[in-house]
Design a protein around this ligand. Structure first.
Ligand SMILES: NC(=O)c1ccc[n+]([C@@H]2O[C@H](COP(=O)([O-])OP(=O)(O)OC[C@H]3O[C@@H](n4cnc5c(N)ncnc54)[C@H](OP(=O)(O)O)[C@@H]3O)[C@@H](O)[C@H]2O)c1
Length: 414
């Protein structure tokens, strides 16, 4: 087979269209991946709307993907044919990716979950631990938990994560926990407080509270001067809050351009993250991040964001991007789904893959023979009760309807 389908952005501000293109062959250090799931990020609709980051059209946007290695290029030793991996790749059925900035997918993570990880996780990690050029790329000087002595190093030091519900914010909270930061204070919608606390946040403050109230609530929680703020939203208002709360000598990490006026003589620093693992000036950081990511996911130190899987493969990406755009910055139109805790009773054997129903978002591989298990399933069109057949087993599913409304990362299954 030499041809494949891809989602093309045909021209500047133009429409997306599914079209055919050649399947490329991997060069040295590259891998050809059969894409099985793709994760959508705000940057994907921003490229279409604002004509940013792209030099020429038509173009396949380089979205987050997860899939199976079908061919490795010369010099690639970390991956073999048949391995599953996640990486920045592209909305297409086959993608060429750079091996050293890809991660193997551990068996406890589904490919849909894995496809939601790369950009958001890299952005969180670059922002906290990046060693890029000051002023241009990320640089904080913090030691990463995968560096010697990095784990737990910042015990007793507070960090404020603005926008803990965002995809980037959820990874910042988890990394801050690994780094030992305490307290880890985040602003988010309070309905998902339990989720953020399970990721590592010690305090969850309602993000819609007026800024004076936010500051009055947060200051008494600080055990020592606030030197680290990660603003995962980086709108004018969040930058204002973060910068004002920062102690002298501290750093605010932002994911968008600086939006506020600052005192040029202040010794508070802005660190602008560019979560681009392909950027050669950040390649060493990216390599370290991707080489440690499989273990972090495998042992549960890093949990992927809750996801919703969209139908219709490549065409589903178009609708997903529209939804992401509609939800951006709005408190009313945010992408939210109800998570329902399901208790599954039955038994399955190692090697089986179980899934709630044909349209349900979450499936998982059975690693140990089990009688009952609990899992979170993103609400779908099934009734989520009664008997469902999964793989060759039948499970009794009883929903307890523990509703957790949260923002979701949208993935699409190819
Ligand atoms: N620089 C880079 O390389 C880079 C990389 C990735 C992303 N980004 C940018 O980072 C931003 C976040 O991206 P993402 O993918 O993490 O977003 P996302 O997952 O779409 O996050 C959206 C969520 O953020 C929360 N939120 C919205 N406004 C907020 C506010 N004012 N204060 C606190 N929380 C707020 C809302 O959750 P709740 O209502 O549930 O609280 C909303 O559902 C985007 O602008 C994106 O373009 C930049």
């Amino acid at each position: 087979m030499t041809r494949q389908k891809a989602l093309l952005l045909q021209e500047k501000h133009g429409p997306f269209a599914v079209a055919e293109k050649d399947i490329p062959r991997p060069g040295p250090g590259e891998i050809l991946v059969k894409v099985e799931a793709a994760g959508l990020n705000p940057v994907d609709w921003k490229i279409q709307k604002y004509d940013i980051l792209v030099d020429s059209y038509p173009v396949v946007l380089g979205g987050d993907i997860a899939g199976t290695v079908v061919e490795v290029g010369e010099g690639v030793t970390e991956f073999n044919e048949g391995d599953t991996m996640c990486v920045r790749g592209g909305f297409q059925h086959y993608a060429i990716v750079v091996a050293e900035i890809a991660a193997k997918v551990p068996s406890r993570i589904s490919l849909e979950e894995a496809a939601s990880v790369p950009l958001a996780f890299v952005t969180a990690a670059f922002g906290l631990y990046g060693s890029g050029r000051e002023g241009e790329t990320s640089r904080t000087g913090l030691a990463a938990p995968w560096q010697e002595g990095g784990q737990g190093k910042y015990e007793g030091k507070p960090i404020l994560v603005l926008g803990g519900a965002s995809s980037v914010g959820q990874y910042v909270i988890q990394l801050a926990k690994l780094s030992g930061f305490s307290p880890i204070i985040t602003t988010a919608s309070p309905h998902s407080e339990n989720l953020f606390k399970s990721l590592g946040a010690t305090h969850v403050i309602d993000r819609r509270a007026p800024s004076e109230q936010l500051q009055a609530t947060i200051f008494p929680m600080l055990s020592s001067p606030l030197l680290h703020v990660y603003d995962a939203i980086s709108l004018w208002e969040t930058q204002r809050i973060g910068y004002d709360m920062l102690a002298p000598g501290g750093s605010i990490i932002v994911v968008l351009d600086r939006a506020i006026q600052i005192d040029e003589h202040s010794d508070k620093r802005f660190v602008r993250v560019v979560g681009n693992a392909h950027d050669l000036s950040q390649r060493n950081d990216a390599r370290a991040i991707f080489s440690h990511l499989p273990v972090l996911l495998e042992c549960g130190d890093i949990r992927p964001n809750p996801i919703e899987v969209l139908p219709d493969g490549l065409r589903g990406v178009i609708r997903g991007l529209q939804r992401l755009e509609e939800s951006a910055g709005s408190s009313l139109l945010l992408v939210r789904r109800i998570l329902t805790e399901l208790h599954l009773s039955g038994s399955a054997s190692t090697g089986h893959r179980i899934q709630c129903c044909a349209t349900c978002a979450v499936s998982m591989d059975v690693e140990n023979r089990m009688k009952t298990l609990t899992m979170f399933v993103v609400s779908c069109s099934c009734s989520m009760s009664g008997f469902r057949t999964m793989a060759r087993q039948t499970f009794r599913i009883s929903p307890c309807h523990r509703e957790v409304s949260t923002s979701t990362r949208v993935s699409t299954r190819f």
